[in-house]
Design a protein around this ligand. Structure first.
Ligand code: SF4
Ligand code: ZN
Length: 502
């Protein structure tokens, strides 16, 4: 569905600073140097925030809007009904951390209280996500704060597995895993599938914890745990690191599965920055794409990126074959983007450079619509016959059997097999989380990354971008003194002694 709708809604960031959510009409407007969101508060005046400065790409992305229905997710009266399923459940397990990064969604260590749900509470929250109908959440991320400051993290991982999450990932700064190789092994043994590791650059100016990241990667490699590097991209701070980060990922492709770029959102520790500083530090996803092109010497081009909804025809086909609902990406095309790379001896090759992915997805869409349920063998034969039409064999890597890979994934209905075949592939993607300045309620109502909380299932960008998460943590948190009395610990003992905290 193409949807070049210009009207949307947002909120006033200044009203939010005073604790009030004021809904405003907003417009996505094409201006001379890009597409902007503009809105006006009767009290605080006009606001203007960049959406994209690549109009061609923006137009292409608008072909991938989707609208579903999901009554399980909180809407906070900002819109009528949530419109997409959960792709990833986040569970906030502590607001403690050993570091005090200048940029922190959760303002960890500085909220003035301790939020750390008990195992019983965590179980209740996990069950909420698992009980969602018709598609229960299958993937969970344990996050915070720093989850590994909890001594019972292994029990939490095991619990997630026991409750039926097939994919469990830990979001970590990597300090604990760098200090002791046993840590990674224990997480792996407990059932952790992937590590989401903060990684803001390949030099110490951009990333003071580079040595710890490297040591941790070594330990994850030994433990057989795949890692996704997660850089928060801030203009003027590490926007010159994008190519180096991708190259670092490629050098470690045996253990690094991908890079998930997150253009900075002004929430948590930095939500009260002045307008001027926000403008200086803001970077749009289209700028990230352009910088990636430049910093990889044109190996990954702006045109190689697609929005997450783009791959839904694969899920639809699996759904029609297996006759059971599959997880679909229902988020707005303006929320994120991704591409896949093959790491070759002499460089990086995006899959879009040798596969006509748009035609291929249309072909899969047609197949999944077919009422005549094709038997698996017939479908496999039909895919094999047709797949060559979409592949430029002159440009394709010799040792990669795309046919095998697709047929395995689609016919077996399992993405895991892709992981095994694709030893040398890297996922490069990211999500542009929203803040009070640029929040677009048409994006929020399609959010696919959710928090399971005591007070319900909450979209990520409402939890972090509109302050609902901080309120929940405060409601269920306890004063630091009380926590120290209960546990016999001191909060300051959390702090890392091996190097800089920020
Ligand atoms: S977390 Fe934010 S950016 Fe990501 S899908 Fe949800 S609304 Fe979009
Ligand atoms: Zn206002």
């Amino acid at each position: 569905m193409s949807r070049d709708v210009k009207e949307t809604s947002s909120i006033c960031p200044e009203c939010l600073k005073k604790g009030k959510i004021r809904k405003l009409k907003a417009e996505r407007r094409q201006e001379k140097d890009g597409i902007y969101m503009v809105k006006e508060c009767p009290e605080h005046g006009k606001f203007r925030s960049i959406i994209s400065d690549e109009p061609e790409q923006y137009k292409k992305f608008q072909n991938y809007w989707e609208t579903g229905s999901n009554k399980n997710v909180e809407t906070f009266n900002l819109y009528d009904e949530h419109k997409s399923q959960t792709v990833l459940t986040n569970l906030f397990v502590t607001n403690r951390c050993e570091l005090r990064c200048a940029y922190c969604f959760a303002n960890s260590g500085a909220e003035g209280f301790i939020y750390e749900p008990s195992l019983k509470e965590i179980e209740r929250m996990m069950k909420k996500a698992r009980n969602v109908k018709p598609v229960p959440s299958k993937a969970i991320q344990l996050t915070g704060g720093e989850p590994s400051v909890r001594e019972d993290l292994v029990d939490i991982i095991k619990m997630a597995k026991r409750l039926g999450f097939t994919h469990v990932q830990v979001n970590t700064n990597s300090i604990k895993a760098s200090e002791d190789p046993k840590v990674a092994k224990e997480w792996r043994k407990a059932g952790c599938n992937t590590i989401y590791m903060s990684f803001d650059g390949t030099n110490k100016k951009a990333n003071p914890w580079l040595d710890q990241n490297k040591k941790a990667i070594e330990n994850f490699r030994k433990a057989g745990l795949g890692v996704v590097l997660v850089p928060t991209v801030i203009n003027g701070i590490n926007d010159n690191q994008l190519g180096d980060i991708i190259n670092f990922a490629a050098e470690n492709v045996d253990v690094v599965r991908g890079v998930n770029f997150q253009p900075v959102a002004f929430v948590g520790r930095i939500e009260n920055l002045e307008d001027k500083e926000i403008k200086e530090k803001r970077i749009s996803f289209s700028e990230v794409h352009r910088k990636v092109e430049k910093q990889t010497n044109g190996q990954i081009k702006v045109r190689d990126w697609y929005p997450p909804t783009f791959v839904n025809p694969i899920s639809d086909l699996i759904e029609s074959l297996k006759n059971e609902p599959q997880v679909r990406f229902g988020c707005s095309p303006n929320c994120g983007s991704a591409t896949y790379l093959i790491v070759e001896d002499d460089g990086l090759l995006p899959i879009t450079e040798f596969v006509d992915v748009e035609r291929m997805m249309n072909f899969l869409k047609e197949k999944s619509k077919s009422k005549n349920i094709l038997r698996k063998t017939r479908l496999a034969a039909s895919l094999l016959r047709n797949i060559n039409k979409f592949v430029d064999s002159k440009k394709a890597p010799k040792d990669l059997s795309l046919k095998r890979l697709l047929v395995d994934a689609i016919v077996s209905g399992s993405y895991e097999k892709i992981g095994k075949v694709q030893k040398k592939t890297l996922y490069i993607g990211g999500m542009w989380f929203q803040d009070a300045w640029n929040i677009d309620l048409q994006r929020l109502e399609r959010c696919v990354i959710h928090y399971a909380t005591e007070d319900g299932i909450i979209p990520f960008c409402a939890y972090n971008g509109l302050g609902y998460g901080a309120k929940i943590r405060k409601k269920y948190g306890i004063p630091i003194k009380e926590w120290e009395k209960q546990t016999g610990k001191k909060m300051k003992d959390d702090l890392w002694k091996g190097g800089p905290l920020t």
